[in-house]
Design a protein around this ligand. Structure first.
Ligand code: PFF
Length: 454
């Protein structure tokens, strides 16, 4: 298959928007603030930023370069360099991880659609904390509604993906991403001008080093991978549509800049808003759905900002679900020779089936709510296995693959277009991909396993 029939981004800007669209998602706006809230605020933010710079950006460059060099999906990209042996399993792991993460990510995305409609139709008006919790429980416990919302979100995702790279993904990202930025800025101004916003700023921006521990470090680094869509070949796939003439390091640096700024902005919206209302920033993953509606009911203009906020989440989630499905879809196109439409539909249908047990985690079915022996829900198990474990393992082996199998000297030829373009940080990049990245990830994984058993 020629590279033009696979598709290409129309421009470097198109790649930046689509890749930022993938990176910016529920991870930034929902997961980042609650993880920061639970892990001491500013200290978490600081470690997150260091991880992004030291390992996130270098691995992002490595993945994108591997994709552009091969012009393939994760499996094809690895086979292009090492056709024989077990390395291609890493590509399969990426495709599988994409489907698995998408299966529950799309469920949460479905919740944002549900809450958007609740907000628009006034169902969140004058809501109190107790009401909000009941509403959340009955909403997430309504299995049929949840399956309908999951299906709905997957159908939109399939639609965008099946329209193709520049006509679908890039075109939608070009409209959705600026829309997202505008809504964020409006909410930021609203939140920062609330009386008492300074308390939130202090919690969010002033690190308290006495809170430093392993758990904070692990969650901050894990968040860095998840947020940048690293470790499952998503950026290999997006890199495969990037034209050779585009300057790869600067394109990826823009993606990191967007992703990080939006996560930081999300925190700047949520913490001042929460603390100005005397609410607990460490309220956990429920913050968004349990606490924010109460906040919107209290603050002036909340009836406008509430729907806006949930709309923002739907948009952010869509550009990420599209990228998750694109990985599996491109695998079907390249390796199985399916048409784009057929591939997107098949992979989407599989995802829906895999997603149903996650939906049942919130139903009355005791088995999925609390798995025997493990004691956690099916959804929680999926999130741990795929978002935390599989992405870290994937990122580790991708760094090793690029550093030692493909070799950084070859990767650098691709990155600089055979030396025609400058890459000022080539030496630091090589050190990070070959040594720093793998060592740090092995340390995180070691601690993860340690935490699991002790
Ligand atoms: N980066 C996305 C977010 O922060 O919400 C989630 C994600 C998308 C993870 C794509 C991995 C991926 F390949």
């Amino acid at each position: 298959m020629t590279s033009s029939s696979r598709g290409n981004w129309g421009s470097k800007f198109g790649f930046i928007l689509a890749a930022s669209g993938s990176a910016v998602g529920l991870g930034n706006i929902w997961r980042f603030p609650y993880a920061a809230g639970e892990n001491g605020g500013a200290l978490f933010v600081l470690i997150y930023l260091v991880s992004i710079l030291l390992i996130g950006l270098p691995i992002l460059i490595a993945e994108t370069a591997l994709g552009r060099f091969s012009g393939k999906n994760p499996v094809g990209a690895i086979k292009a360099i090492k056709p024989k042996g077990p390395w291609k399993l890493l590509g399969y792991l990426g495709v599988l991880t994409g489907i698995m993460i998408l299966s529950y990510y799309a469920m949460i995305a479905g919740w944002t659609v549900g809450y958007f409609f609740k907000a628009v139709t006034g169902k969140l008006k004058n809501i109190t904390s107790a009401n909000a919790e009941n509403l959340y429980n009955s909403f997430t416990g309504d299995t049929l509604l949840q399956i309908a919302l999951l299906t709905f979100f997957l159908l939109i995702t399939i639609y965008v993906v099946s329209r193709g790279v520049s006509n679908g993904i890039e075109r939608f990202a070009k409209v959705l991403m600026p829309g997202l930025l505008i809504i964020l800025v409006i909410l930021l101004v609203r939140s920062l001008t609330l009386p008492g916003a300074e308390k939130g700023l202090e919690f969010y921006l002033k690190p308290d080093f006495t809170k430093l521990n392993i758990k904070v470090i692990i969650s901050a680094m894990g968040q860095a991978f998840f947020s940048l869509s690293l470790g499952m070949g998503c950026m290999i796939t997006y890199g495969s549509y990037l034209r050779k003439k585009e300057h790869l390091p600067s394109a990826t640096a823009w993606v990191v800049l967007f992703d990080t700024s939006i996560a930081i902005m999300a925190g700047l919206i949520i913490f001042p808003a929460l603390l100005s209302q005397g609410m607990d920033p460490a309220a956990g993953e429920g913050i968004m759905f349990n606490v924010l509606p109460v906040l919107f009911a209290k603050i002036p203009g909340g009836m406008i900002f509430g729907p806006l906020f949930f709309l923002l989440l739907c948009i952010a989630a869509l550009t990420s679900t599209v990228s998750l499905l694109e990985v599996a879809t491109s695998y079907g196109i390249d390796e199985k020779k399916w048409s784009r439409k057929k591939s997107a539909l098949i992979m989407g249908a599989v995802t829906l089936l895999v997603g149903i047990p996650s939906v049942l985690s919130y139903s009355e079915v005791a088995f999925f709510k609390k798995l025997p022996l493990l004691g956690i829900s099916f959804f929680a198990l999926m999130d741990k296995m795929w978002s935390e474990l599989s992405l870290s393992i994937g990122a580790l082996f991708l760094a090793i693959f690029v550093g030692y199998v493909w070799k950084t000297s070859n990767a650098l030829k691709e990155i600089t277009w055979e030396g025609a373009q400058k890459f000022r940080f080539a030496a630091i990049w090589s050190i990070s991909v070959m040594f720093l990245g793998p060592i740090l990830i092995i340390a995180i994984l070691g601690m993860f396993v340690y935490n699991l058993f002790f």
